[in-house]
Design a protein around this ligand. Structure first.
Ligand code: A2P
Length: 284
C-alpha cells in the first residue's frame, strides 16, 4: 500500500515532508481538553498537529506538544493567520504571537486562514498580498518551513499569484465524502499545491449516512475510518478532529486496508449533505 503509517507523508513543492494525516483541533475547547487531546494524539503516533489562532486553543495545543515528550523536530505543526490580522504589520504581529502561544520558535506550515474576511472585504487582494509578503519573509528567515493558504478558491489563488515570490505549497479546504470540489482540486494540483482536507468526517455529519454505513460494514471498519482512508486514496491530507482517545486512535488506524477504485468513486459521489462556505460572503 502507498502510505504505510502516520509518519509517512507527502512531499511539498519545496521538498519538505508532511505527515499524511494531521490531527485536527478546530472546535476543540481551550484548556485541559485541547492539551490532553494533543497529548493523546501524539501518544497514538500522530506527528502532525493542525491548529489556528482563530481556534482560540494555541496555548493549550502548545502545552500539549511540550508535555508530549516528543522532540519538536519530530512533529509537524501548522497554524494560520487570523482574519482580523491581514496586512503586513498585523501579519507579522499575529505570527509572532502564534510562536509565543505555541511555545516554539518556528512552525512547519503557516496558512492564510481565509482569503476575504469581512474586515478586509473592500481591499482583500491588497491585504493578502501584504500578508503573503510578511509570511514569505518569515519563511526566508527559517521561522516557517512551508507556507500556504486555506479556503482559497481559484480567483483568490490567481490574485495572490500576481505578487507572490514564493508559491503556496498547500491549500487547506473542506473535503469529505460527497464534497470533493473537483475543479478547485484540479486547479491546485496543476500548480503543485497539496490539498489538505479539513472536516474529513463532514464534522461528524457523514457518520450517519446509510450508504457510508453499508460500505463500512463491508470492510469491517467504522465510517470514520472509511472517511479517512478515502481521503488518503483521493490524494488528500485529512485532518480528522476528536477529543476522545478511542476515536483518535481509531481515526489513525487506516493503513491495513484498501478501498476498491469503485468504492472510492462511489464515496466521492454520495450525497452526505454539507456545503462549501463561500469565502467572499462568509461572515468571518
Ligand atoms: P469528538 O471530538 O467528540 O470525538 P471532522 O474531523 O470532520 O471535523 O469531524 C469531527 C467530529 O466528528 C467531532 O464532532 C468528533 O467528535 C466526531 N468524531 C471524530 N472521530 C470520530 C469517530 N471515530 N467516531 C465518531 N465520531 C467521531
Amino acid at each position: 500500500m502507498f502510505l504505510k503509517n502516520l509518519t509517512d507523508g507527502y512531499e511539498l513543492s519545496n521538498g519538505v515532508k508532511i505527515p499524511c494525516i494531521g490531527f485536527g483541533t478546530w472546535q476543540t475547547p481551550d484548556g485541559d481538553v485541547a492539551r490532553e487531546s494533543v497529548k493523546m494524539a501524539i501518544a497514538a503516533g500522530y506527528r502532525h498537529i493542525d491548529t489556528a489562532a482563530a481556534y482560540g486553543n494555541e496555548t493549550s495545543v502548545g502545552q500539549g506538544i511540550l508535555e508530549s515528550g516528543i522532540d519538536r523536530e519530530s512533529l509537524f505543526v501548522t497554524s494560520k493567520l487570523p482574519n482580523h490580522s491581514h496586512g503586513y504589520d498585523k501579519t507579522r504581529a499575529a505570527f509572532l504571537k502564534t510562536l509565543e502561544d505555541l511555545k516554539t520558535d518556528y512552525v512547519d506550515l503557516y496558512l492564510i486562514h481565509w482569503p476575504n474576511p469581512v474586515a478586509f472585504r473592500d481591499c482583500w487582494e491588497q491585504a493578502n498580498a501584504e500578508s503573503w509578503k510578511a509570511i514569505e519573509e518569515f519563511y526566508q528567515a527559517g521561522q516557517i518551513r512551508a507556507i500556504g493558504v486555506s479556503n482559497f478558491m481559484e480567483r483568490h489563488l490567481e490574485a495572490l499569484d500576481k505578487t507572490a515570490r514564493v508559491q503556496p505549497m498547500v491549500n487547506q479546504i473542506t473535503l469529505s465524502p460527497g464534497l470533493t470540489q473537483d475543479a478547485l482540486v484540479r486547479f491546485c494540483r496543476e500548480r503543485g499545491i497539496i490539498l489538505e482536507a479539513y472536516s474529513p468526517l463532514g464534522t461528524g455529519r457523514v457518520l450517519s449516512n446509510p450508504d457510508m454505513r453499508a460500505i463500512a460494514e463491508k470492510y469491517g471498519r467504522s465510517v470514520a475510518q472509511i472517511c479517512v482512508r478515502w481521503s488518503l486514496q483521493m490524494g488528500f491530507l485529512p485532518l480528522p478532529k476528536s477529543t476522545h482517545e478511542s476515536r483518535i486512535i481509531e481515526n489513525a488506524n487506516v493503513f491495513d486496508f484498501e478501498l476498491s477504485v469503485d468504492d472510492v468513486q462511489r464515496i466521492a459521489s454520495l450525497d452526505c449533505g454539507g456545503f462549501v462556505r463561500d469565502p467572499d460572503t462568509v461572515n468571518l
